[in-house]
Design a protein. Structure first.
Length: 275
């Protein structure tokens, strides 16, 4: 009987030890997400997203290796074309800072590689293929350990002249951009960074009045790139998505963004990226 009780105590203790070890390992794994290597295959919109992201990550105690393989106004078709050019002749396709896109894919053991469509094609489902698949195939080949994530870009603001030529309102473009990206990501079974959805939401609320007498906006004067406020907003969105935690009030914030606007943009960024 004594032996049986001892066995129960040992077995129970072993189970408890295993339980605690398992939970400690899970917690440790959750806390090791302090370093990430991220490469973006993009254009000026990924440059907007990257603008303040390193400073935000550093102020939050994270280590972020961030690289942007971009050409201004570059579409999926153009990225795919340059990759194929390099494969056929390594002297060609070296149009990125650092050489070819294939070289950049092999530069680090990337955790995440993001892809996106150029903004003026982003609402057209037919513009994504076959180019996206060609890029994805090569990412899997040259950066096999990376997760491919879709950067959902945003629609244009009301002061952009292209909208009139397309016969679209800002709301219509935003809705089509969002829908196209959502369907594309679902089709590929990729996660996506919901920047387009959050941009559309943020654009409904005027920000604070600036020294020149006009309210701040997330859009630059051209009506499609991000302003300093927009770039900070994008940095918060990306940080939340990558590190799965909100940007704190004490984290980096550019001087151009006041406390009121910073709080609004940080809290809005949390609504979709931290579900």
């Amino acid at each position: 009987m004594k032996t049986f009780k001892t066995l129960i105590r040992i077995t129970t203790g072993t189970i408890l030890a295993l339980f605690l070890t398992t939970n400690a390992s899970a917690t440790e794994a959750a806390n090791t997400n302090n370093t990430l290597k991220v490469l973006s295959v993009g254009n000026s919109f990924s440059a907007n997203a990257h603008k303040f992201l390193p400073q935000i990550a550093k102020s939050m105690g994270k280590e972020l290796v961030l690289r942007n393989a971009f050409i201004g106004g570059c579409s999926l078709e153009k990225h795919a074309r340059h990759m194929k050019e390099y494969e056929q002749d390594p002297k060609k396709g070296n149009v990125y800072h650092g050489g070819s896109l294939i070289k950049l894919l092999q530069l680090e053991d990337w955790d995440i590689v993001t892809i996106q469509q150029v903004s003026h094609e982003s609402f057209k489902p037919g513009s994504y293929e076959p180019y996206a698949s060609e890029i994805i195939e090569r990412i899997k080949k040259y950066a096999p350990n990376a997760e491919i994530v879709v950067h959902q870009t945003w629609g244009y603001n009301k002061n952009n002249g292209r909208l009139k030529g397309w016969g679209m309102t800002p709301e219509e473009m935003a809705a089509q951009v969002i829908d196209t990206y959502q369907k594309f990501a679902a089709e590929k079974s990729f996660r996506y960074i919901p920047a387009g959805e959050l941009f559309a939401e943020a654009n409904k609320t005027p920000l604070s009045i600036q020294s020149h007498g006009y309210p701040a906006t997330i859009y630059a004067r051209d009506g499609f790139h991000a302003s300093k406020h927009g770039e900070y907003f994008l940095g918060c969105i990306w940080y939340n998505f990558l590190f799965k935690e909100p940007v704190s009030e004490t984290a980096f914030k550019p001087d151009d963004v006041n406390e009121q606007d910073g709080k609004f943009l940080r809290e809005l960024a949390n609504t979709k990226t931290l579900k």
